[in-house]
Design a protein around this ligand. Sequence first.
Ligand SMILES: C[S@@+](CC[C@H](N)C(=O)[O-])C[C@H]1O[C@@H](n2cnc3c(N)ncnc32)[C@H](O)[C@@H]1O
Length: 301
Amino acid sequence: MSRGRRNSSLGQLSAPGQGPDRGPDPPNDQPERILRTLSEGNGLDNFMYDEAFLGRAILRRRQAIKLPDALSYNEFLLASPSEALALRESLRIHHSEFFRNPLTFDLLEHRILNGLVERKESSGAPEIRVWSAGCAAGQEPYSVSILLQELSEARQRPVPFRIFATDRAEDQLVLARRGEYDAAAVGNVRWRQVNRWFTGRGSAFVIAEGIRDQVDFSVYDLLDERGCCPPASIFGEFDLILCCNLLFYYRSEGRRIILNKLRSCLAPGGYVVTGEAEREILLDAGFLPADATAPIFQGRG
Ligand SMILES: C[S@@+](CC[C@H](N)C(=O)[O-])C[C@H]1O[C@@H](n2cnc3c(N)ncnc32)[C@H](O)[C@@H]1O
């Protein structure tokens, strides 16, 4: 059965393009100037953010505190550390769901992962290595862990795999390790899988230990140019990298740093998956589409 958006009765659906991180709107509200204020006051370097994304966040904050224009907001920001904090927080978007883009996960399940397993087995490689880059509270890496666990069972022999999941937000990783989700997060999970891989705790859904134990969470900033792969993984060489719904928050310099990183730690013939709205970014950067219908790309073999 294909995954549909909200095909169970577990929660509310936001229509495609209406989620909290649907991507940048047109620029407004002088983001450069306000950003300078924000960075000066707090020693922050937020200059990598996409201008339109910043403009939208600033406009929202300005309207929330009912200031008439960008100039007055800038002055208020200079005088108010708590507003600087509020603006900074509003730039951090952590929304995620299990099997967030159903078509992409269908393709992973029915085509990509099977092919990877066969290739690995025939080459005698020890394990499939996966990286979820910008994993938020763990919904994405746990979705892949479920698929690989089910693939093992279908093949009636273990498929060895390791999933490294990183985010720069430590608070998200605390949630990820806890593995406890509300109904909205599991709205795309099949009923059979909810029963199999989650247990109930009050109104929460708790991920099964066997799925959680396959994922190694660590803090890692994708804009950190000191290394090419997350230190926890030691040497990168990932067969599958998911870097979904974060590239579009950055301007070209930030995207370049992140994409170079993905390229340099992808195993030969490995795959990169992004969010639907990020497909063009990868195509422009020369990544080769592995499929015409989903944002899945393949490195050169
Ligand atoms: C909108 S969430 C997407 C989560 C998940 N990948 C998905 O598609 O559902 C973006 C995540 O990327 C993380 N992120 C953004 N910029 C990052 C960076 N430079 N380094 C590491 N993580 C980053 C954020 O902290 C956030 O948890």
